[in-house]
Structure formats: structure tokens, C-alpha cells
Write a protein that binds this ligand. Structure first.
Ligand code: FNR
Length: 407
């Protein structure tokens, strides 16, 4: 270093070091999801990047999710033949090439133009399910026309049960085999950063927002060519609501705080396919959901975007697992950023995981190719993790793959 300083001068060395530290990785240098995040940050306008990143209120639960995963230790096993390793399995009887599904995310089409379509295509090519949000930009029909294999649909039950029924019927007509019913958004947790950025319906058009978009011309051009600019699934409601301001009121009023297990039973009667109940953290809620007909329980705190102060999903999972037993499949999300995180969740007893931000970063970075990259990274990490823990099949991950956990 002293020699380099003498030859190039310390200022020049410092400049190169700073440039390296702040530079955005190129495609070939992408090593993990954090790298995709760095690229997404440079390509997506700040308002929308921060919308993806954010947790609610003080973001305690957002951080707890990562901390709890980080605190779990994997048990290294090397005296085992691991020459064959299998990631393929099923989730609610649907074959998957790896135990992962792309989580529903509202406004995915604002992260990248036609984002839902690109994410669905990447998932299809990879062999994992894509779950479309009720609050997507591209509609159920737009996504159905863009893929061959049916995707999954996430439902927010609206107060207007007629409209909810029509969403269920549209998902059925699009041949969605699985309905993901989200239970933890009957009121909306506040994300401070979205308030500061003016992200609402309609978005607040501030000078900062306009500059933000102007500084991301690739994103803006894509948007100009995109199929949709609003909530594609709610178009009929929008038509009835007249303008964006009225839509805002409609959406706010439509989240239903009366939603309980009776409504789940109502959905169960309407939906012939599988139902995954999403947003469960408590064993009693899990019991109620199973009794009302859930085929799977997704232990989730909405990626730390709803009840701040709720436990991490790693903390909440064991009690739910013990309450449900074999009566329903168990899934986990919130905080999964790598194949090693995924392996830990499988060790806790999850059949598979949903990933949200991990694929949204890929989408913001490189669209469809970026989502595929995110899935490949996770699969490679899972494979290495399995090899070093003596695990040969994702369907048979022993509990004691985690240090200190009984076998
Ligand atoms: C979400 N999530 C979500 N969940 C849902 O049921 N319907 C939705 O419309 C949304 N929208 C949404 C937008 C964004 C930007 C994020 C990040 C998340 C929650 C999502 O399905 C999932 O539970 C979390 O993303 C999981 O946490 P990680 O993987 O993002 O840490």
C-alpha cells in the first residue's frame, strides 16, 4: 500500500477505493441478492425502491426477521455422501423445481415496467410458482396471456363481497390452481418512508419525485411503453369510482376489518383449488385457519410491513408448527435472502418459502433476467448449503440441521 501510495499518490488510490466501494456490480460480478439490490437501487426511482425496502413504523419487525435468521446456526456434516442432491419437491401438490414461490407484491409493475409479467415468466422458466397480488399493476388476464403455466393468485378480501367473488372467478377462469388469502392487511401498517415520499393513491407529484424519475430514464421509458399504469385488477372499481382520488377512498374503505374465519369458510366454498392462508403468526389463528379449510399456512409478518413489534417468522414458526402438525403444509416468508436462509427455514419444518424483496431486487435490476438470476443464486446457495450439511433431499431436511434443535 505504501508503495502504491508513492507511485500513484494517496488521493488517486482513495478515489479508486471509493469508486469501487460505491460502484454498481456488473452482471458477471453478481454474487448474491445484496448485489442485485445495489443494481436495483441505481435503476429504480428512489420512491419505488424505498417502497420495496420499507418496513412499517420503526421497522423493528423488519430487522428482527433478518436477525433471527442470522442467529440460526447450521450444523456442518462432512462425513456423508452428498453426491446427489435434490431440490425438486411439491408445495400444495404443485411440482416446484426448488421449494420457493414468488410472493405477491402490490405495485410490482412500478419496480419495472410490466413487472408482474416478467416475474411470472422468470418463475415459469425456473419452475417455481409466481403469485400475483390483488394490488398488481398488470391484471390477472394480462399475466395469464403472457405465460403458459398457470400462476397463483393472492386475494385481499374486499368489503364488497360481490367484487371479491368476481376476483375469485377471474382467478379461476385464468386457471390459477392456488389461492393465497392474505389475512394480515385488514388495516394498513404505515410505512414512514412512503409518507415522506408522497407514495399514495394518487401519488403526490413533488419536484423531488419528478427529478427522481427524470434521473432514471431507462425506467421511465419502460413505463411509457407499459400495458398498465394503475391497479389492473381493480379497473372495474376504478371505472365506478371515476378518478384516482375516488379510487384511493374506495381501496382504503374496502380493506375489511370484519374478516374472520367465517369469511375464510365462504372463500373455501367458492374456491375449488388449494388455499394458502398468509399472514399467520399465532398458533390459535393457525388452528382456526386449518379448521376453516386452509391447505397450507404461510407464517408471515408481511415482510415486516404490518404489525411492527410482532415476532420474526423464525421465532413464531415453531409454535405454529406444533399446533398444526400434519394437518396442513407449513410455509414461511419474511427476510429470506439466500439459499442458506431457505435451508434454515426447511430445518425449522417449513415445506418451502415465499420470497418478496429478493426477487423484486432482481426485477428492478434486470427485469425478467434479474428475477431468474435471483432464483439461480438462491438455488446455488441452497445446493452448497445442502452439500455441507449432509442433506440430499429438500423433502427430508432434519430438524437438527440447525444447531441446538432436537432431531
Ligand atoms: C408485499 N407483500 C404483500 N403481500 C400480500 O399478500 N399482498 C401484497 O400486495 C403485498 N405487497 C407487497 C409489496 C412489497 C413491495 C413487499 C416487499 C411485500 C408481502 C409479501 O407477499 C411477503 O410476505 C414479503 O415480501 C416477505 O418478506 P421479504 O421476502 O420481502 O423479506
Amino acid at each position: 500500500m505504501k508503495f502504491a501510495n508513492r507511485v500513484f499518490g494517496s488521493k488517486a488510490i482513495e478515489a479508486v477505493a471509493t469508486a469501487r466501494a460505491t460502484s454498481v456490480p456488473q452482471w458477471d460480478a453478481i454474487a448474491n441478492i445484496e448485489d442485485l439490490r445495489a443494481v436495483a437501487r441505481s435503476r429504480v426511482p428512489r420512491t419505488f425502491f424505498e417502497y420495496v425496502e420499507a418496513g412499517s413504523y420503526d421497522e423493528l419487525t423488519l430487522r428482527a426477521n433478518r436477525a433471527a435468521l442470522g442467529a440460526l446456526e447450521l450444523r456442518q456434516r462432512v462425513m456423508v455422501d452428498v453426491s446427489s442432491r435434490v431440490q425438486a419437491t411439491t408445495i400444495v401438490d404443485q411440482p416446484v423445481s426448488m421449494p420457493v414461490a414468488l410472493a405477491p407484491a402490490g405495485l410490482t409493475g412500478a419496480v419495472h415496467a410490466n413487472g408482474e409479467i416478467y416475474a411470472a415468466r422468470a418463475a415459469e422458466a425456473f419452475g417455481v410458482p409466481f403469485c400475483l397480488s390483488t394490488m398488481s399493476v398488470c391484471s390477472i388476464e394480462d399475466v395469464a396471456a403472457a405465460v403458459v403455466k398457470p400462476f397463483w393468485f393472492q386475494l385481499y378480501l374486499m368489503k364488497d363481497r360481490g367484487f371479491s367473488r368476481s376476483l375469485i372467478e377471474r382467478a379461476h377462469a385464468a386457471r390459477c390452481p392456488v389461492l393465497v388469502l392474505t389475512m394480515d392487511l385488514h388495516v394498513e401498517g404505515r410505512r414512514t418512508v412512503d409518507v415522506h415520499n408522497g407514495l399514495g393513491i394518487p401519488p403526490r407529484l413533488t419536484l423531488a419525485n419528478i427529478l427522481d424519475i427524470a434521473m432514471h430514464p431507462r425506467w421511465a421509458l419502460g413505463m411509457l411503453r407499459s400495458k398498465e399504469f394503475t391497479f389492473g385488477n381493480l379497473k372495474d372499481a376504478i371505472r365506478n369510482s371515476g378518478n384516482l382520488g375516488a379510487l384511493s377512498e374506495w381501496v382504503k374503505q374496502q380493506f375489511d376489518p370484519s374478516f374472520d374465519r367465517h369469511d375464510l369458510e365462504w372463500v373455501r366454498q367458492l374456491w375449488p383449488g388449494k388455499i394458502i392462508v398468509k399472514g399467520i403468526l399465532d398458533p390459535q389463528d393457525a388452528e382456526l385457519a386449518v379448521a376453516a379449510g386452509a391447505d397450507a399456512i404461510l407464517v408471515s409478518n408481511h415482510g415486516g410491513r404490518q404489525l411492527d413489534g410482532a415476532p420474526s417468522t423464525v421465532e413464531a414458526f415453531p409454535a405454529v408448527r406444533d399446533a398444526v402438525g400434519e394437518r396442513a403444509e407449513l410455509l414461511l416468508d419474511s427476510g429470506i435472502r439466500s439459499g442458506l436462509d431457505l435451508l434454515k427455514a426447511l430445518g425449522l419444518g417449513a415445506r418451502g418459502c415465499f420470497i418478496g424483496r429478493a426477487y423484486l431486487y432482481g426485477l428492478g435490476a434486470w427485469g425478467e433476467a434479474g428475477v431468474h438470476k435471483a432464483l439461480s443464486l438462491i438455488s446455488e446457495e441452497l445446493d452448497a448449503g445442502m452439500a455441507l450439511t449432509g442433506v440430499t433431499d429438500v423433502k427430508m431436511v432434519p430438524r437438527d440441521v440447525l444447531m441446538g434443535r432436537a432431531g
